[in-house]
Design a protein around this ligand. Structure first.
Ligand SMILES: NC(=O)c1ccc[n+]([C@@H]2O[C@H](COP(=O)([O-])OP(=O)(O)OC[C@H]3O[C@@H](n4cnc5c(N)ncnc54)[C@H](OP(=O)(O)O)[C@@H]3O)[C@@H](O)[C@H]2O)c1
Length: 305
């Protein structure tokens, strides 16, 4: 599995990462998903993203993989009220408690990266929330601080000296951050994580989207229809969309890892295989970029949180 230098953090991260938000909605399938995740790590995937606000996700990871903590870069997020945390959203006090809660749940003594979980620009500018991450870094509880979010807030965060990592939405149906955030991140040598990297499988009919994805994937599904690309025009077959989507995201300069959310072992294996094929050709990337611009000529499609 290709590894990329993760900004100035010193980590070498696999281009395919694991987004553990869906792990939050697991009940019966914990053992199957734990095996899937361990198999991914055995196959070179070394990057895992979770959050204090994904119910059960940190606990699941603590049970499934904390025994091999050295094998992966661990990212969590914080900032909003969660069970057991007291205080205002984005306050230093709440974030301090959140760090301790994440460490307990994840069964580890440090996080590699802790991100502010999509606070708005005003909260970023206020500085208290990011200051709490800096304190956690000084105390050795986290190695690097960063921001997860989109659009102007992510572009602003990419210029802050204490921000070492940005997580932002980049995919075939969500391309604004490619122009707004990636160039600044590259210039400042920031580690970049693509969230929602295969557009929530926007090629699927919305009726076939599972659970929470029915609402969540709606915007991307509508955009995908409007963009109207045919896989055959890109030199692929219709059932290649997961591969096209992942490889498009991994083709963007300055981006290091794509954290696909899956709980399906067959899809996890397909994603590994697709990641191992490397970026798309420049021509195919350009066709997808052109089709997006044509479908949204006035730039109204903002990055989706
Ligand atoms: N604000 C934030 O910080 C924020 C916001 C959103 C997401 N995130 C992070 O980003 C991660 C990924 O985002 P996401 O899960 O929303 O989007 P995503 O990875 O783009 O899409 C996930 C969807 O794609 C499907 N899928 C995965 N591999 C597939 C394949 N090979 N073929 C067909 N379908 C496939 C999954 O279904 P199956 O389970 O059936 O495979 C799931 O429905 C999250 O887990 C979370 O860690 C962060």
């Amino acid at each position: 599995m290709e590894k990329r230098t993760f900004g100035n953090t010193g980590f070498q991260v696999s281009v395919l990462g694991f987004g553990a938000a869906p792990a939050a909605y697991l009940k019966a399938d914990r053992d199957r998903v734990a095996k899937m995740l361990n198999d991914l790590i055995d196959n070179g995937m070394n990057f895992i993203d979770t959050a204090a606000s994904y119910p059960g996700s940190e606990e699941f990871l603590g049970e499934a993989i904390s025994h091999r903590r050295k094998d992966f870069v661990l990212v969590s997020k914080c900032g909003t009220k969660q069970p057991g945390l007291e205080g205002e959203n984005w306050s230093a006090s709440l974030i301090k408690q959140s760090v301790e809660r994440s460490l307990r749940s994840l069964k580890t003594d440090h996080l590699d990266v802790l991100l502010l979980h999509s606070c708005d620009l005003a909260t970023l500018k206020k500085g208290e929330a990011l200051g709490a991450l800096v304190e956690a870094r000084k105390a050795g509880k986290i190695k690097f601080a960063g921001y997860s979010g989109d659009n102007e807030a992510a572009a602003y965060a990419a210029d802050l000296p204490d921000v070492a990592v940005i997580e932002t939405s980049i995919n075939i149906t969500d391309q604004r951050n490619i122009d707004l955030v990636l160039p600044k991140a590259k210039q400042n040598n920031i580690g970049v994580i693509a969230k929602r990297p295969i557009a929530n499988a926007a090629w699927k009919p919305i009726a076939n989207q599972p659970g929470m994805y029915q609402n969540y994937a709606k915007e991307y599904t509508e955009r995908f229809q409007k963009i109207g690309l045919n896989a055959s025009d890109l030199g692929f077959a219709d059932n290649d969309w997961p591969e096209i989507a992942l490889r498009f995201t991994l083709s963007q300069p300055g981006l290091h890892t794509a954290i696909i959310g899956t709980t399906n072992p067959a899809n996890a294996q397909a994603n590994l295989d697709a990641a191992n094929k490397g970026p798309l050709t420049k021509e195919v990337v350009q066709k997808i970029r052109d089709a997006f611009r044509k479908a949204d000529p006035n730039g109204t499609w903002t990055g989706q949180t």
